[in-house]
Design a protein around this ligand. Structure first.
Ligand SMILES: [Zn+2]
Length: 559
């Protein structure tokens, strides 16, 4: 790369760089999408007297941060679900006009009213009606086949949970999926008497439930439209880079094409890293999976790239399907594993481990964290690796001993800390019990153990908003939903550590901290422009700080 020909210098009331050596500044010079100099207008004179430049004062009264990095989202697929009939408990803001619903009765009422006037398909029969957003914990418990049959025994009803680890169906819908009493596969739900209960749980089973309605969910143009809508929400939250932790859950080619079109033609204001989902990679490409991954990785660039590989080894926190150790759930459940049997996880990870690919492994429950650490330990014994950056995704319910073991094995955690505020109190009496719920997202234990970590949203496949600043505040205060109770106070972390977990440490989790996550010469010029300084405000109101703009590769995304 040649010496820059022209510099644009942004001035600010304060710049927080996340560079330990030069933590604050008041001017940043950019050229060719990258940062040239950071400091003050005086300190960068050696550059300014040699290279023509303009001074841009538009952020002179603002605070500049590195653009936020959310290392785990699902913008395309969740935006697509948001196009279905909504039955969720929270306001989706600009995503969807339908009002949120507080109770299961409200939800059943909406389902019943739509089931009265079904569309009639080409075969003369009622077409399935598709719903998304049900939240069993907050809306009053799981749905099931008999309950949905009581609404309609003729119109196929298909309800996907907000965290889409469960699909609920009635009898006509069950028939369309092709399963019957003789069917037997992982995640197919049954009543105690052995009858099918209409549940499809975890990715293998939900894929069976989705197959007959896939064309209605993934309609042409939906994916790209979803990306446009969701990336606007991400931009408004100050995010400039995110990783989609489930590339292939719909279709590798369609997803790649939608992202490419959204970035190149629609100019969505994000860098996106696509993380291939291993079970789909394995099903589709078998022994050629690594080769396919490598070929796509070569086609990537700094806006759209392929990163790592993703495994899912248990269920969801909000849908209460994660895998718990003793004493299990309040109602005696123990949760569900992912579609790869646990005894096969090591063999499935080994080729990626040996090839030097970074592994991201979803583990929500403490039993799953144990299994994952056992596998990581075995991988290390087989072929020791330094700087492998094996990441446990979510790390919702864990123990201090697991944090120490994770650190000792060189592993890291990408943690959903939104749940401390939005879910933990609810799950004290629904699902996990008080002890595990209050210790949701143990970031303090990770700090004490010396483990690297980031904070993510999983937006929008969990029942939370998207706001890196809010979740940083949650990590600092651990204030519960009631706004008063501090949950597991020893798990609180410092403000500085929390703000690193949404910037440079999140970039580190994605192996991109040499390019993004801090404001340093040579890095990509991605900034979040804020109305107030997070270091000077009450951590309880971090989420109220206005994101004024983001800058991507040196350009305002609002121009
Ligand atoms: Zn996810």
């Amino acid at each position: 790369m040649n010496r820059p020909q022209h510099l644009c210098v942004f001035t600010a009331a304060r710049i927080h760089t996340m560079d330990l050596g030069r933590p604050t500044a008041s001017a940043v010079a950019v050229a060719d999408g990258r940062i040239v100099s950071v400091g003050t207008l005086e300190s960068m004179q050696p550059w300014l007297k040699r290279i023509p430049h303009t001074i841009d004062d538009r952020y002179a009264e603002r605070v500049i941060f590195p653009g936020f990095v959310d290392p785990h989202t699902h913008l395309r697929v969740s935006g697509t679900f948001a196009g279905l009939n909504y039955v969720g408990p929270i306001d989706l803001g600009g995503q969807r006009a339908l009002a949120p619903m507080a109770t299961r009765d409200d939800v059943l009422g909406r389902i019943a009213s739509l089931a009265k006037t079904p569309e009639i398909g080409a075969d003369g029969r009622p077409a399935p009606i598709l719903f998304w957003g049900y939240d069993p914990a907050s809306q009053g418990g799981h749905l099931d086949r008999d309950l949905l049959d009581s609404i309609s025994g003729t119109v196929p009803i298909w309800v996907c949970a907000y965290a889409p680890h469960i699909v609920y169906t009635n009898t006509p819908m069950l028939e369309i999926t092709g399963v019957d009493d003789t069917s037997d596969f992982h995640g197919l739900g049954r009543y105690p008497d052995g009858r099918l209960n209409g549940w499809f749980v975890e990715t293998g089973a939900t894929a069976v439930a989705m197959r007959p309605v896939a064309r209605s969910i993934y309609r042409p143009g939906f994916g790209r439209a979803a990306l446009n809508r969701m990336s606007g929400i991400a931009r408004d939250a100050g995010i400039t880079t995110t990783a989609d932790m489930g590339w292939g859950l719909d279709d590798f080619e369609r997803e790649w094409a939608d992202h490419q079109a959204a970035i190149e033609e629609d100019h969505i204001p994000l860098r996106v890293m696509l993380v291939p989902f291993e079970p789909t990679l394995n099903k589709k490409f078998g022994a050629d999976a690594l080769e396919f991954r490598e070929s796509r990785a070569r086609a990537g660039n700094d806006r759209l790239s392929v990163h790592g590989v993703k495994f899912i080894n248990d269920g969801s926190y909000p849908s209460m399907t994660l895998k718990l150790g003793y004493p299990g759930y309040l109602d005696g459940e123990m949760g569900l594993t992912g579609e790869i049997p646990w005894e096969q996880v090591y063999e499935r990870m080994l080729p990626y481990w040996n090839a030097g690919v970074q592994i991201h492994s979803h583990a929500n429950g403490d039993a799953t964290v144990d299994m994952t650490l056992d596998v990581l330990s075995r991988l290390q014994r087989t072929q020791p690796r330094f700087d492998h950056r094996f990441v446990i995704e979510h790390y919702c319910l864990s123990t201090p001993a697991q944090a120490r073991r994770l650190a000792a094995l060189g592993g890291m955690a990408s943690v959903n800390a939104y749940f401390v505020k939005y879910r933990a109190q609810m799950h004290a009496d629904a699902g996990f019990g008080p002890d595990r719920s209050e210790a949701t997202a143990r970031l303090g234990s990770l700090v004490a153990a010396g483990a690297q970590f980031a904070i993510h949203s999983d937006f929008n496949l969990v029942v939370t908003p998207l706001s890196p600043l809010s979740v940083a505040g949650i990590a600092v205060t651990r204030l519960a939903h009631d706004g008063e109770t501090v949950l597991a106070p020893g798990e609180r972390i410092s403000l500085d550590r929390a703000l690193r977990a949404i910037t440079v440490d999140a970039a580190h989790i994605l192996s991109r901290d040499h390019e993004i996550g801090s404001i340093e010469p040579g890095k990509l010029a991605d900034f979040a422009v804020l109305a107030d300084d997070p270091y000077e405000c009450d951590p309880r109101s971090l989420g109220d700080i206005e994101v004024v703009d983001t800058v991507l590769a040196g350009e305002s995304t609002q121009d």
